[in-house]
Ligand binder design. Sequence first.
Ligand code: SAH
Length: 400
Amino acid sequence: MSLSTLVLKPGEADRLVTGHPWVYGNSVLRLTSPVADGDLVQVKDHRQRLLGTGFYNSRSKIIVRLLDRDRIETNEAFFRSRIAAALAHRRRWMPGATSYRLINAESDFLSGLIVDRYEDVLVVQISSLGMDRKKALITRVLQDLCAPRAILERSDTASRKFEGLADSQGVLAGDPVGAMQVKLNGLTFETDLAEGHKTGLYLDQQANYAAVGELARGANEVLDCFSFLGGFALHAAKAGAKQVHALDQSEDAIAAATRNAVANGVSDRVSFEAANVFDWLKSKTALGPNEKVIPRYDLIVLDPPSFTRTRATVPDALRGYKEIHLRALKLLKPGGLLATFCCSHHVDRVLFEDVVLAAAVDTRHTLRRVASFSQSPDHPVVPAIPETEYLKGFAYELVR
Ligand code: SAH
């Protein structure tokens, strides 16, 4: 098969040479022959040195998503080896897990493809035109390698629009699946994989749930802020924390989290409250002139949604992060622990810790860092592709 060649302008090859897979439209010098959107092309620098092969789409700002540094074909053998490698990575780094992200796009050298495994069901999410064309092939290879009960598609990301793709949801193999029980670290979580349902599951915190559970061992009082389905709260209770209170503004999430607490036999130790975390923390810490804040928690978890999707709104996001840290620190007992996470790609580890420290300066507290967290190993970080890293977290002891 002869492939068209896309030649880059001088100076545009460096990022690709270091292993980043995206070619932007404005770095293209020329195409040697016409290419249809979704086709495979080879990419060369202006000296004709091969940089790799990938899917082309003129409608996208990312005009080529490289799949390999060499010349390849996107045939069954290609997908079989990539998917088998992804599976081997999870088996190596999360040997006990039965639910995890099986393929995480760029992290697994399959830009445009995400596959989550929920027990014996796979959920596929495709975000590029080239990958979309390979859906049937990918489905077949997944059936072969994983033998799932069903393969569902939930391709509904905003990025599909930029690739000229409509949303696509449904059953790719097997029978429809609705509500099911998913195991994370031996705890049961209810999730509904059916179309349009709100209670999906964040898999990227699986390793951190276990780690924070350990921090909660022996705690009297734990506060889980932005708890969603109760991931941190339930792990804390299971580890032996005596009283866990969890907050989320979504009534649906609180209802599901409450059912999860019952399913795991910890409902006597966990309480859930539908509340805005900002307002709740404020009500406990902004008191009248003669009132005193009583620090009561041994562990506080902060795992908010990303406060910023763009670089431009980072300053606003930082104010939000500082605010919740400031108030949380006031509610923490001396010797207590703060486990805090940030899933915004635009706020890196250093900037995030700066915000925590700024809050500690304002409350006149001294913090000692006792743990650093990243996303679970099923969301692998490839340092050459900075976009693959987004979740960071720290645990601090409030020394005084
Ligand atoms: N800790 C969770 C993930 C949190 S995702 C887990 O481990 O699964 C962010 C959650 O924050 C969502 O459930 C959302 O409903 C909630 N949320 C967003 N803004 C909020 C606010 N201001 N107050 C309370 N909850 C909020």
